[in-house]
Every structure is written in structure tokens, then in C-alpha cells.
Ligand binder design. Structure first.
Ligand SMILES: [Fe+2]
Ligand SMILES: [Fe+2]
Length: 186
């Protein structure tokens, strides 16, 4: 059994790869003026349904709830900061989405909101990996770990389980290819 935070750190690794692709595409868009609408639609899909829908769901509904029961409250301190950053991230992606809508894309708003999201998430993930999760390890018992793993499994299953996760892993590879990070293998 993987530790629950190991599972979340694995999610972070995939999210960071998507963020790298989005950052490169944002720069390409600014430098060349070329705008690849499908790249941005897929990026927003990944952020909303994987980074927020699957990953933040496990943190907010299960890990942070467990922390709260074990003395790391969510009203103030590191968990409160993380929850607030999840909210700011949602504002960024909503701004990206609204920049794409109404038939006429506001590329400048799209790119600046994407950059804001990427900077936020890089810092957020660093804080979780290096500060919050190690702190959490000091209060979570082995039986808590078993429960968290079950709750994470159920949360993932509700959203399509391994099939959905594989879909988003492949979507990140596609974002990397389209951003020019990966050579397309044919
Ligand atoms: Fe988080
Ligand atoms: Fe996270």
C-alpha cells in the first residue's frame, strides 16, 4: 500500500508536467502570436477535472479532513493557506475559460491567467510536498493510512477510476507533444 501522501505527490508530478507544457505553450503563444485553441481547451479540461476534480477533491474531502481530526485544523495555518490557494486556482482557470468564450478569444487574458495559475500551482505543490505533508506524517497513524487509501480509491472510482486517470496521463503526453516538449513518436 502506498502512503496517501505518496499518491498525492504522484498526482503532483503529473500536474507539474502539465504546468510545464502550459507554461511553454503560453510563451510560444506570446512569442509567435499563434493560438492553438484545442491545446487550451484540453489544458482547461485537465486543470478542472484532474488537478481540481480528482486531486484537490482527495485533499479537501479526505486528507485535510483527517488532518483536522488529528489536530491540524483547517481554519488557520497551513491547511487554510492551501484551501485558499485552491480557490485562487479556480479563479485563474475560470478566467482562462472565459477568455476562450464568446466566439472571440482574448489571448492576452488567456495567457496571463494561465501564467498566474502555473506560478500559483508550482508554489502550492512545493509547500504541500515540503511542508504540509511532512507535518501531516507526524499525526497520521497506520490505520488512518488504510482508511485514507480506501477513501482515495472511492473518490477516484466515482470519477471513473483508472480509466479516467489513464485518460489524463495520456492527455498530458499530448499537451507535452503539442507544446514541443516531447518528440511525437509515430
Ligand atoms: Fe492542494
Ligand atoms: Fe496537491
Amino acid at each position: 500500500m502506498k502512503r496517501s501522501t505518496r499518491r498525492l505527490i504522484d498526482d503532483h508530478d503529473l500536474i507539474l508536467r502539465a504546468i510545464e507544457a502550459i507554461s511553454v505553450e503560453a510563451k510560444n503563444t506570446t512569442d509567435s502570436g499563434n493560438f492553438n485553441e484545442s491545446f487550451w481547451i484540453d489544458s482547461i479540461d485537465f486543470i478542472k477535472n484532474y488537478a481540481d476534480g480528482i486531486h484537490h477533491n482527495k485533499e479537501e474531502n479526505h486528507l485535510f479532513e483527517m488532518y483536522s481530526q488529528r489536530g491540524i485544523g483547517k481554519e488557520f495555518g497551513p491547511v487554510a493557506v492551501m484551501l485558499n490557494e485552491h480557490i485562487i486556482g479556480r479563479v485563474c482557470v475560470n478566467n482562462m475559460e472565459s477568455a476562450l468564450q464568446n466566439g472571440k478569444t482574448d489571448v492576452q487574458k488567456l495567457v496571463s491567467s494561465a501564467r498566474e495559475y502555473c506560478e500559483l500551482l508550482i508554489q502550492h505543490i512545493t509547500k504541500e510536498n515540503q511542508i504540509l505533508f511532512p507535518l501531516g506524517e507526524t499525526v497520521i497513524s497506520d490505520s488512518d493510512e488504510i482508511l485514507l487509501n480506501t477513501l482515495f480509491d472511492d473518490a477516484e472510482l466515482e470519477l471513473g477510476g483508472n480509466q479516467t486517470i489513464l485518460h489524463y496521463q495520456n492527455l498530458v503526453i499530448s499537451l507535452e507533444e503539442r507544446a514541443g516538449i516531447l518528440e511525437v513518436v509515430k
